[in-house]
Write a protein that binds this ligand. Sequence first.
Ligand code: ADP
Ligand code: NA
Length: 331
Amino acid sequence: PGMTRVFSGIQPTGEPHIGNYFGAMRNYVRLGEQYGQDAIYCIVDLHAPTNPLAYDPATLARLTFDMALANMSVGLDPEKVVFFVQSQVREHSELGWIFTLQTPVGELERMTQYKDKAGKLESIPAGLLMYPVLQAADILLYKADTVPVGEDQVQHIELTREIARRFNHTHGQTFPEPKAVLEKDALRVPGMDGQGKMSKSKGDTSTMGVLESMDSIWGKLRTSPTDPARVRRTDPGNPDVCLVFDYHKLFSDDTTLLEVADGCRTAGIGCIDCKKRLMTGIERELTPIQARASELRARPDDVLGGLAHGAERARAIAAPVMDEVRSKMGF
Ligand code: ADP
Ligand code: NA
């Protein structure tokens, strides 16, 4: 109710994992079914170079392509929604600059993500500080009011609201104040190494890739930790503290879920067999996605064409908003 347009940005940072899939990508598809052309998804390549430790001009185009392909493989339809690459729509940079004019540096220096990333750098690019301003421009350029994101982005969306309020106050009502929507049931998919949240930044041992081969996934799953109190096969275990059971909740049907939970508590099933049953669910979920990915990889022009078409539609929405902003600014 009251939600009219969805926007979300996707960073082109390597192959997505099942945390991204359950936490974000699947919801993009679902919201796309609901909002159609008012679901706007942008691969935010202009943001990538703000982190000099993770940016390489030689690989950016490939990472952008791979991220588009992965999202299309899980069901994002570039004909149904608006799906495009940020750098192909120049208005993002222009609105980003205009917002920097009114945003206090002190507000940006308080951002948690900025502090985390800046702390690892000897010389801090101004772009890293401006990152959330460009993000505000990404969203407000389409006058979007709904932003599906992870928990880590809530502070940035609050800043976006502040930027919208400030612009509206100075120049007259122009932008909505967008709201973050969180996916409560998949907020935090744990990593395969048992070391907290699954994340690309923690490397290969943490992630289960959406496009990773079943052999490779099994290689990690076979040795992944389970309930530490269950030492021998004959010890009963507690599924509520088991990483593998967390994955069962994402991949397995209700019958399997009940059977492995009961089997674990009664020592009726061993951890390896429980993991094998999980593989069945993983295969069922990921194999069709991987098949679509190989089909699409053989037709790169379809991927690039879909994105180019998306950029045209994005520009058609963005251009009049920029005209309005320019005129209000006195340009
Ligand atoms: P990563 O932390 O692996 O670099 P990103 O920051 O690119 O992932 O996140 C992309 C999207 O996936 C965001 O909406 C984020 O909230 C979501 N996401 C990332 N990791 C997880 C996870 N382990 N569980 C649930 N959602 C996640
Ligand atoms: Na992250």
